[in-house]
Design a protein around this ligand. Structure first.
Ligand SMILES: [Zn+2]
Length: 119
């Protein structure tokens, strides 16, 4: 039997608050603490594709404010660690966050990826 991806049929606009964070046990988690969750994308676009999110809701990179400074610092520590590990193992990595109409899920999330596209 093949497990269905977590939230496969989800059609809302905050996959992270609604599905990923409450269901983290069902994800392929790379890192998790009280503030930050990093996991392998349930529908990867690149060969290596990890998503890093704050567990508290933050709408996007451009809505980050003073009150979010500590949380975003924690997030970036995790992004840096994962990016460094992928850079070393794959020889290249990219860090990406989408904004505006490019951002499907309206919760700040950072993609750390490497390798060709899967689609
Ligand atoms: Zn959210």
């Amino acid at each position: 039997m093949t497990a269905r991806p977590v939230g496969e049929s989800y059609s809302g606009d905050d996959f992270y608050c609604d599905v990923a964070i409450p269901s983290s046990r069902e994800l392929s988690v790379e890192y998790e603490d009280d503030h930050v969750l990093a996991f392998h994308h349930t529908k990867p676009f690149w060969q290596t594709h990890i998503v890093v999110v704050p567990k508290r809701h933050v709408a996007s990179f451009t809505t980050v404010g003073e009150d979010d400074a500590d949380l975003v610092r924690r997030l970036l520590v995790v992004v840096q660690d994962l990016a460094r590990r992928i850079e070393h193992s794959e020889g290249a990595a990219a860090v990406l966050t989408n904004l505006g109409r490019y951002q499907d899920s309206k919760h700040l999330h950072v993609h750390v990826h490497s390798g060709g596209t899967r689609s």
